[in-house]
Design a binder for this molecule. Structure first.
Ligand code: SOE
Length: 391
């Protein structure tokens, strides 16, 4: 079986998810399109890089990502860094002929995304952006139903991504709250996951009307370089620094196919953990998904007999997308890891077949153009068109 040597950059939380996926993918999808080999991991922080090599099972480590780009044995570059270095690394990787998996959001600006997309296209390398939630079998099933016309024409929709890990004023100022490093706050970090999902299920966005807010104006400076999510708290007396990105964004959307709806994303919703939902209404039925019950898709079809019509639950399993490769019993329990394993499989399959992966850098660029329109709209409080992709 063909082997693919991986060079992974950034030894934090996402490196764990990706490393588990490289190890697990061949066990779920056998024979695998190619065998991932965890060759080289990089992190600017030497102890984190060394620990990452040992913990995630890489053959060696470096503190300079250029070593991965210049290494002729590396086939795939996997970018798990903060957003502000995605573009530089991806463009260097593309120009070195490496296939690229990049964490989301793709970049800080649409201009960066365009350059990444064109560099990949010019060098004919396969790309993927890690919008993993669309890989959840229940979301893929929703797409299948929509494409089959099971709910008719899509009329409207709403989506959410609600978390509360940064709702506490003592939650530290990680890179996810500094515009120069992350670009935007809740919008880029979690909102783009739902933008990608709705774009995948409903269609391209034409215009948006948005509102954003920053509730916690300054936060305690974070100790250490490791990204402190979850319940990290700044200790008493820790100096505080200004937050210059959004904690909350809500936006209305008009799609090119006439459907319209709304998306809300915040990391400040006490009681909400990883609350990704969508509800889609069509002329012949409705679909509802909640990631916190990710084995389930709620469906209601207008064709159901009058006295039996209502939302009912379809539990995903072997009869559903990716199901035969995952677990043999419906509702055995798909986890975050499985969404990353499916993501890795689709990426490797596209490389092996010489086809486009999805979502790829063109999708990531489209999402950056949407984010840009959202930020512009929030400033003017008016409807803003989404610019077109420049090929
Ligand atoms: C933090 O909000 C975060 O880790 C996001 O960055 C991820 O993309 C999401 O999958 C989980 O939450």
């Amino acid at each position: 079986m063909k082997k693919m040597n991986i060079g992974l950059i950034g030894a934090g939380f996402m490196a764990k998810a990706h490393s588990i996926a490289y190890a697990g993918m061949p066990m779920f999808f056998w024979p695998a399109p190619a065998l991932p080999v965890k060759k080289l991991i990089a992190d600017v922080d030497d102890p984190m890089a060394k620990e990452g090599m040992e913990k995630f099972g890489f053959e060696s480590y470096t503190t300079d990502w250029h070593d991965i780009i210049s290494n002729p044995d590396i086939d795939v570059v996997d970018i798990c860094t903060p957003n502000n270095v995605h573009a530089e690394i991806a463009i260097a990787a593309a120009n070195a002929g490496k296939h690229i998996l990049c964490e989301k959001p793709l970049s800080l600006t649409p201009q960066e995304a365009k350059e990444m997309y064109l560099a990949a296209k010019t060098n004919s390398v396969t790309t993927m952006v890690a919008f993993n939630y669309r890989k959840t079998p229940a979301v893929q099933l929703a797409k299948k139903y929509i494409d089959e016309g099971a709910i008719g024409d899509i009329l409207d929709f709403r989506g959410t991504y609600l978390q509360d890990w940064s709702a506490a004023p003592e939650s530290p100022l990680s890179w996810r709250f500094q515009k120069a490093i992350c670009g935007t706050g809740a919008l880029g970090d979690i909102g783009t996951h739902v933008v990608d999902m709705i774009r995948f299920l409903v269609g391209d966005f034409a215009s948006v009307n948005a509102r954003t807010a920053t509730y916690i104006k300054d936060r305690p400076v974070q100790e250490g370089s490791a990204d402190s999510l979850g319940n990290a708290r700044g200790s008493q007396g820790t100096p505080r620094k200004k937050v210059d990105v959004d904690d909350q964004c809500i936006f209305m959307i008009e799609c090119k196919n006439g459907a319209f709806g709304s998306i809300e994303a915040t990391r400040n919703a006490w009681g909400r953990n990883n609350y990704i939902t969508f509800e889609i209404h069509g002329s012949r039925g409705s679909l509802y998904f909640n990631y916190e019950h990710r084995d389930e898709l709620q469906v209601c079809f207008a064709d159901d007999p009058e006295d039996r019509r209502g939302f009912r639950t379809v539990y995903t399993g072997p009869n559903h997308p990716y199901g035969v490769n995952l677990w043999p019993i419906p509702a055995l329990g798909i986890g975050y890891t499985e969404t990353k394993i499916v993501e890795t499989y689709d990426f490797f399959k596209a490389i092996a077949d010489g086809t486009e992966a999805a979502p790829n850098f063109r999708d990531g660029y489209a999402v950056e153009l949407i984010s840009d329109a959202i930020i512009r709209s929030a400033q003017t409080r008016t409807w803003n068109p989404v610019d077109d992709i420049e090929e």
